[in-house]
Design a protein around this ligand. Structure first.
Ligand code: SF4
Ligand code: SF4
Length: 280
């Protein structure tokens, strides 16, 4: 079972939900795919046992063989390779490692080189398996790193803490999931970004539901929208001073039995909805 916890915008409580959900379920693995700003570790305080550098493949030209035919340049959709005068230039930061240039080169003049994009840490937080991707500072190519993080998915329960937004890194964190849990807040901004996130999930054809964080703080528009669109609201976390204090102190809410039960209930509801969808 793979549950991707997403949100249209940052700061809605996505990590609160993913960490507490993972903490409340047996045999779970949490995968922090918010690789530009991972913060699940602040709450789960894992013991890191392994750190592996993550690279992507980029082309490097063998100038002795290259005949400057430009076939590689013509196929590259990202302008990452160019023939200028009598030289072939590679722009590593633009390369998406699609391997197209290697495929079309008639002379086998391209050699596989690698470029560091970040690292993947793995460890344990009590019984929970903990995986975190950390994108290198200044690096923009996060989907390949998210893919590396997701290679650590296990057979049982996997909770993905997705990046905020609706762009490629979010899609990389949701593709192949059994369920997408969208965390939002009852404000006009939350509502706006929730609608965008719903459109993205619909394209992927994955069942989804909503958690409303800081419920009671703003208006009732998210509930009205969910009812109109027939999207299940699976949990509401109240706007509460004690919860805010636990969050700001980096504490897990589910260490309190009442919240552990609520997050277990949330997991059971997700399982049922995912199973129902799989049976269709
Ligand atoms: S691997 Fe793909 S993106 Fe990178 S230079 Fe070659 S064609 Fe362009
Ligand atoms: S396709 Fe191969 S031979 Fe042609 S310019 Fe590119 S690297 Fe050189």
């Amino acid at each position: 079972m793979i549950i991707s916890v997403a949100s249209g915008k940052g700061g809605t409580g996505k990590t609160t939900v993913s960490t507490n959900l993972a903490y409340s379920v047996q045999d779970a693995t949490i995968l922090d795919c918010d690789v530009e700003a991972p913060n699940a570790h602040l709450f789960l305080k894992p013991v890191i046992k392994d750190v592996v550098k993550a690279h992507v493949t980029i082309p490097k030209v063998d100038e002795k063989i290259c005949n400057l035919c430009k076939k590689c340049m013509d196929i590259c959709q990202f302008s990452a390779i160019a023939v200028i005068g009598k030289s072939l230039l590679v722009f590593p930061e633009l390369c998406h490692s699609c391997m197209g240039c290697f495929e079309v080169c008639p002379e086998d003049a391209l050699i596989k080189d690698k470029r560091l994009i970040g690292s993947v840490e793995s460890g344990k937080s009590e019984d929970l398996n903990f995986i975190k991707g950390i994108l290198k500072t200044g690096e923009s190519m996060s989907p390949p790193l998210i893919k590396r993080v997701r290679e650590h998915q296990r057979k049982k329960v996997n909770i993905i803490d997705a990046p905020p937004g609706t762009s490629c890194p979010v899609i990389a964190s949701m593709t192949g999931a059994d369920f997408v849990l969208m965390v939002t807040e009852p404000t006009p901004f939350g509502m706006h970004d929730l609608k965008l996130a719903v459109e993205a999930v619909k394209l992927l054809n994955i069942p989804y539901g909503i958690v409303i964080n800081r419920s009671g703080k703003g208006d009732n528009e998210v509930n009205k929208y969910a009812e109109k669109e027939n999207i299940p609201v699976l949990m509401e976390i109240p706007f509460d001073r004690k919860i805010a204090e636990l969050y700001s102190n980096g504490e897990i809410l589910a260490k309190e039995p009442v919240w552990k039960r609520k997050f277990k209930d949330l997991f059971n509801k997700i399982s049922k909805l995912a199973e129902k969808e799989a049976a269709i």
